[in-house]
Design a protein. Structure first.
Length: 317
């Protein structure tokens, strides 16, 4: 793995990570890392980046019952990879970049077990699928080539046992702001308030980021266009429903991003599934509420089905 287990505690929850995806059995990663000494190839840059410079403490993820998880961080505190530690042997089994981790944790325990036992080419094919879904055809092709040129794949083709890569479902890890995480998300609201103004809290937050007053959707869109605010500074919250649908909650921010010409593939999303809603003012209406509850209320108020709407919420324009 990257930095030693038990090293410095990683950056706090909420750190931004980019959508990168490579998933390797730990022994394959170790072998490739050794071969990459002195090499500056694209693959070796990925392998070295995945090592990070420090690791967080092993943590539990309820979605991955068979393993503990260690996050590796780069010098800027960004998550660059996750390592799964087998609970029974306390040994690292798989290292993966953020998007692969998101897919893995959203898989069933049975699928996770299958991935642990899958040959490396199957993991390469799974990563290729994730690159393709993120719009990176070059990255997808690279991983397909890595899979089909592996000795194990050639052997299994000859034996007639090579199968398709493991299927993946994108759902970002709670607390992390991930680029591209809401590409396929729907909206829990179909309209925004007629005035298109932000709440006092939202206006204060965006005004501080921009260094100038931000009160409306158009104000925020203009700040994004000018570069005063970057998309990674304004992640939109979303939840994942029982059927796998992602629902975006921050509709005015979404409209601003859209008006600024930022494609959804470049939006940052923060998975708030099951997360309690912050309630600094102790509002009685928010006591015991989760972001899932907020999504359900938005759907009801907008008379939308449980899957929401794929259309950008309507404003005054």
């Amino acid at each position: 793995m990257g930095a030693a287990l038990g090293g410095a505690q990683g950056a706090a929850t909420g750190v931004t990570v980019d959508v990168n995806n490579r998933m390797l059995h730990q022994e394959d990663y170790n072998r490739l890392k050794e071969k990459c000494r002195g090499s500056n190839s694209a693959e070796c840059q990925t392998i070295i980046r995945m090592a990070g410079v420090q690791s967080g403490m092993p943590m539990d993820d309820p979605s991955i019952p068979a393993s503990k998880v260690v996050a590796n961080y780069d010098a800027d505190g960004n998550i660059v990879s996750y390592v799964l530690i087998d609970r029974s042997t306390n040994r690292p089994t798989i290292i993966m970049e953020p998007l692969d981790y998101e897919a893995y944790r959203n898989a069933t325990p049975g699928m996770q077990a299958m991935m642990q036992l899958s040959p490396q080419y199957a993991l390469d094919f799974a990563s290729a699928g994730l690159y393709a879904s993120a719009g990176d055809n070059g990255g997808a092709a690279e991983h397909v080539i890595a899979g089909v040129t592996s000795r194990d794949y050639v052997r299994d083709v000859v034996l007639g046992v090579a199968g398709a890569g493991t299927s993946s479902v994108l759902a970002a890890r709670p607390g992390a702001s991930v680029r591209g995480a809401v590409t396929d998300a729907n909206f829990a609201q179909s309209t925004i308030r007629a005035s298109e103004t932000f709440s006092a809290e939202g206006a204060a937050k965006y005004s501080q980021l921009a260094g100038r007053p931000i009160n409306t959707v158009d104000d925020l869109a203009a700040a994004i266009n000018s570069g005063a605010i970057k998309p990674n500074q304004i992640p939109v919250d979303y939840v994942v429903t029982a059927d796998g649908t992602k629902l975006i909650l921050n509709t005015r921010t979404s409209v601003a991003l859209d008006r600024a010409g930022i494609p959804k593939t470049e939006w940052y999303g923060a998975n708030q599934t099951g997360v309690p809603v912050p309630n600094p003012t102790n509002s009685s209406s928010l006591v015991g509420k989760t972001f899932d509850d907020l999504a359900a209320t938005q759907l009801k108020n907008n008379k939308l089905p449980a899957t929401g709407t794929p259309s950008i919420p309507r404003g005054k324009k």
